[in-house]
Design a binder for this molecule. Structure first.
Ligand code: MRU
Length: 342
């Protein structure tokens, strides 16, 4: 493991990120000196995951405030325009806009105040992630007999998706520390492979036993009795608990309900969008067709193939066992079962 401990941080006038497009082949960092560079990194998923995007939003406003200053109405207008472009870089994870707005609230106090607020947000991240994932671990432990669990997860929700620690993967870390993980089944997470590239890298680094499976094998693994519970993160949670997360989450929740398996969403309060009464108002990002028609630059579909490539889906709360944040259970969906069965 590199000595770099934070996925995203500030270092003398620049934002520094772990370049998630290079993993697992190479561990490298990128220095981003401008809001445009940061927006590009967000769109390419060099920095990704809802809490990490929140930090990116706040640090991006700090970049803009330091570059343009905040002393004149013109400078303030420029900073606000850059902040707005940044907030729109990806539409689904509400953390990005939350992070931008939180830092922007300090803009009239000057660039140092903006940066101080952004850094305070980074410091908070690990604490709230640990608290949310502790609640989720306790929920699972309260419902499981005393034996190590086989936990299925989707996408990457670990330190790489946050500033540090993680949400669903943070839950797995807590359980592992208590000797309660048998194996983690990590969906590869098509098409950009956050599961096999990033989650597997984190699990190997942490010494947690895991297997990677194709997304299409998850329901079959449940049917074969290989899964005790499912734990995922979230990109936006509506007030009623409906949850947007990486594409494929909805299908997993349908399958988990069919097999009566607990399905827990772990998120921080900054991922909850209380302005939305339910998930129907969540904007789902659609990404470029090349992510489907090409693998590592090689065409795997006929030229010109039309594509449907949503980056996320929305799972209704009634398919979820619970949505958990740092404050505890935010919403409960499916009725609880007394114990997990093998
Ligand atoms: O497109 P990505 O990789 O940014 O999607 C990330 C996810 O869907 C994660 O599950 C979510 O952000 C939770 S991260 C703690």
């Amino acid at each position: 493991m590199s000595r770099v401990t934070r996925t995203i941080d500030w270092d003398t006038d620049a934002v520094v990120i772990i370049d998630q497009t290079a993993l697992p082949g190479a561990f490298r960092t990128l220095r981003l000196d401008t809001v445009d560079e940061l927006i590009d990194a967000i769109r390419r998923l060099a920095v990704r995951g809802a809490p990490a995007l929140g930090a990116a939003g706040a640090l991006g406003v700090a970049l803009a405030a330091r570059k343009h200053g905040t002393a004149s109405p013109e400078a303030l207008a420029t900073v606000r325009a850059e902040a707005d472009r940044l907030a729109r870089a990806r539409p689904t994870a509400v953390n990005l806009r939350h992070g931008v707005e939180r830092a922007l609230a300090f803009v009239e106090h000057g660039p140092d105040a903006v940066l101080a607020e952004a850094l305070a947000m980074l410091d908070e991240d690990e604490r709230v992630n640990r608290a949310a994932s502790r609640h989720a671990a306790d929920l699972l432990l309260s419902r499981c007999p005393d034996r190590p669990l086989r936990v299925l997860t989707h996408c990457n929700t670990g330190r790489l998706a946050t500033v540090a620690w993680g949400t669903a993967l943070g839950t797995i870390r807590h359980l592992h520390a208590e000797g309660r993980i048998d194996v983690v089944l990590a969906d590869e997470t098509r098409p950009l492979l956050q599961g096999s590239r990033l989650t597997a890298w984190e699990l190997a680094d942490a010494g947690i036993p895991y297997r990677v499976l194709p997304d299409s094998a998850a329901a079959s693994a449940m049917a074969r009795g290989m899964v005790d519970c499912v734990v995922v993160g979230a990109d936006r949670v509506a007030a009623n608990g409906d949850t947007a997360n990486k594409i494929g989450t909805y299908g997993l929740a349908v399958a988990a309900a069919r097999h009566d398996l607990p399905f827990v969403v772990v998120a921080t309060e900054s991922t909850v969008d209380r302005k939305l009464p339910d998930g129907s108002g969540i904007v789902v990002e659609e990404r470029a067709g090349e992510e489907i028609t090409h693998v590592a630059g090689v065409a795997v579909a006929p030229e010109g193939t039309p594509v449907f490539n949503p980056a996320f889906d929305v799972t209704p709360v009634e398919l979820l066992t619970a949505v958990v944040t740092e404050h505890g259970v935010l919403a409960e969906g499916r009725p609880r079962k007394p114990a997990l069965g093998r």
